[in-house]
Design a protein around this ligand. Structure first.
Ligand SMILES: [Zn+2]
Length: 293
């Protein structure tokens, strides 16, 4: 017998209570399918974790690039201003020379020529000073950008660390859970008749799921997986209490159909309840299995 602590404990190997029986193999297959879907979910999350780490690494690289680009532009503005300053100094020393020459000018023609050169040097200086001011304004904007880029880089580093840590934690916990489900799954498969097991494996491989619920009324119904109707005579056989030992398959998709007897009653199954009942064992819809050994 399987361990009682097991989440996916298979139904007990004991005669089912009268009137509530579903084929034992089918009960096991329903639980097996839940285990397989859970394994697929866990493995999907495991595969997703390295992709999340990669995305965080890419985000970090792009934050580093943004900061480097910002620093490069700041350095370029600095260089530009140093160039302007040295040009201004050259113009100023030329201006001094020109003014001295102007003082010693001997003709009206010379005065006009020096004045013209002085005006030219002064306008050159004023243009360079305007450009320097514009560069300072750009630098101010860039410094704000740089601060934001540093903060973004910090956030990207932290996000990567988080993703790396949660990937490690997820792997540890999922590996353990997967090993547990695999163990229960192997025990459960050992209890299922080989022909149903091979049908299940074939269907699960080709269609994703092998077991489907039959849904409908007392007179007509369909396969919940492929939505195709079940022929009336087959439907009667499926829901009849005289055919509990048989497993019917959907004529359209081939999945193995299960019908919940409780669907006929005033209180049908709530979502997930059917599976819980299968896990708890036949005849005991609520848990309370602690007393049994
Ligand atoms: Zn179907």
């Amino acid at each position: 017998m399987l361990a009682c602590s097991s989440v996916y404990r298979a139904v007990a190997q004991e005669p089912a209570a009268e009137g509530s029986a579903v084929n034992q193999d089918l009960e096991h297959l329903i639980v097996l399918q839940a285990q397989d879907l859970e394994l697929a979910r866990l493995r999907g999350e495991l595969a997703e974790a390295p992709r999340r780490v990669k995305a965080a690494e890419a985000a970090l690289a792009s934050a580093e690039n943004a900061l480097a680009n910002c620093r490069q532009r700041l350095a370029a503005e600095d260089k530009l201003r140093r160039g302007h300053e040295s040009e201004i100094a050259t113009h100023r020393s030329k201006l001094e020379r020109l003014r001295r020459s102007l003082d010693g000018a001997t003709s009206a023609q010379q005065v006009t020529a020096f004045e013209h050169e002085i005006a030219f040097a002064e306008s050159g200086i004023s243009k360079l000073e305007d450009e320097e001011l514009a560069s300072l304004e750009r630098t101010e904007t860039l410094e704000a950008e740089q601060m934001a880029a540093v903060a973004a880089l910090d956030r990207a580093r932290m996000a990567l660390t988080n993703e790396q840590e949660s990937a490690v934690a997820l792997k540890a916990s999922h590996d353990a859970t997967i090993a547990g489900v695999e163990r229960e799954r192997a025990e459960l498969r050992a209890q299922i008749a080989p022909q149903w097991l091979s049908s299940y494996d074939r269907l699960a491989k080709s269609r994703g799921t092998a077991v489907a619920e039959a849904i409908g009324s007392a007179t007509a119904g369909k396969c919940a997986a492929c939505q195709m109707g079940v022929r009336p005579q087959r439907w009667q056989d499926l829901i009849s209490r005289e055919h509990e030992s048989e497993i019917f398959s959907c004529e359209s998709c081939g999945r193995l159909l299960f019908w919940d007897p409780r669907r006929d009653t005033p209180r049908p199954w709530a979502p997930g309840e059917r599976l819980q009942a299968a896990q708890a064992g036949p005849g005991r819809p609520s848990s309370g299995s602690g007393s049994r050994r």
